[in-house]
Write a protein that binds this ligand. Structure first.
Ligand SMILES: [Zn+2]
Length: 106
């Protein structure tokens, strides 16, 4: 299982990946942040983010199940291939759409 602190993958400005090869991973992880924080804030959200693993080299592309652990860690699991992980460090980033936080305007 992945256990990720998103801040370890971000640049100093905390608005993008720390290195070009992290771009895809950061994009997928920030999609999770935006989705679940928007959902919690009763904002209108689209479909859940899709699983980005490629088991057997075929894109899984199954809607991920998202929930919370300890109220501040995001937990995701793919119901098809079993890909799962936790994500922390998302608070107050530009992808955090929760209404409670203190947000920087960009
Ligand atoms: Zn999957």
């Amino acid at each position: 299982m992945w256990a990720i602190n998103i801040r370890n993958l971000l640049n100093e400005q905390l608005d993008g990946p720390a290195a070009p090869q992290l771009r895809f991973k950061v994009k997928k992880l920030t999609e999770l942040i935006s989705y679940i924080t928007a959902l919690e804030s009763d904002l209108i959200v689209g479909d859940p983010p899709l699983c980005w693993l490629r088991p057997g080299r075929k894109p899984c592309k199954t809607e991920l199940h998202l929930s919370w652990i300890d109220d501040d860690r995001i937990y995701w699991k793919c119901p098809k291939c079993g890909f799962e992980g936790t994500l922390e460090g998302w608070q107050d980033l530009i992808w955090d759409l929760s209404v409670s936080g203190n947000h920087t305007v960009h």
